[in-house]
Design a protein around this ligand. Structure first.
Ligand SMILES: [Mn+2]
Length: 198
């Protein structure tokens, strides 16, 4: 359901997960996150902070299986929320990129709200687990966000030794890139594409 111009509230329920999410693109980075996966909560909290959107995410997932459905389905709803809140994308900057250092790690994210889903990740983790989070779910999450948001996302971990730092640097960089891309440009009145649609 679309409520105000750049905000939305979504619910998704399956046999595997129940998800409630609200998003306001023109927020201040306030968030309330509970997914049942502590490290994932940490990532979504700092994603909200660095994207400057207001975000609430409450998930009850089948964690007795593993974190897969919880993380992937949250990605689907987060991406759907981005697409819903952006509506016709009139007046946005469309592109955003950020390179972010975190101690020994350097990470880049680049995004285009092109309407064509495409995800490229050059990301390797040194260990299969980061706390209670399976490292392989990192790309599952962003693939789901990319598909549902219909955006183009590239993520690169240039280097880094610590899995927590690599994931955190990329969530922050992606938040910063999305913030830049969804920001309204006072010089652009229509859709920022020579095709006239995105
Ligand atoms: Mn941390």
């Amino acid at each position: 359901m679309k409520t105000t111009s750049r905000a939305c509230s979504l619910e998704r329920q399956t046999a595997e997960t129940q998800i409630q999410l609200t998003m306001n693109l023109d927020g201040t980075g306030e968030s309330s996150i509970s997914t049942g996966v502590g490290f994932f909560d940490h990532m979504l909290t700092l994603f909200a902070k660095h994207s400057a959107m207001d975000l609430t995410v409450h998930v009850q997932g089948d964690l007795r299986v593993d974190g897969h459905h919880t993380v992937e389905d949250t990605g689907i709803v987060l991406g759907t929320a981005l697409r819903t809140a952006l509506d016709d994308k009139k007046g946005i900057r469309r592109y955003g990129f950020f390179t972010l250092p975190m101690d020994e790690t350097l990470a880049t994210a680049a995004v285009d709200f092109s309407g064509r889903p495409f995800y490229v990740a050059q990301v390797a983790f040194p260990s299969p687990k980061i706390g209670d989070f399976d490292s392989e779910l990192f790309v599952e999450f962003w693939q789901a966000v990319t598909n549902a948001a219909q955006m183009n996302l590239h993520q690169i971990a240039h280097y880094g030794r610590n899995g927590h730092h690599i994931a955190e640097a990329l969530f922050k960089a992606t938040g910063r890139a999305i913030r830049a891309a969804v920001e309204t440009d006072p010089r652009i009145h229509g859709v920022p594409s020579t095709k006239g649609t995105l």
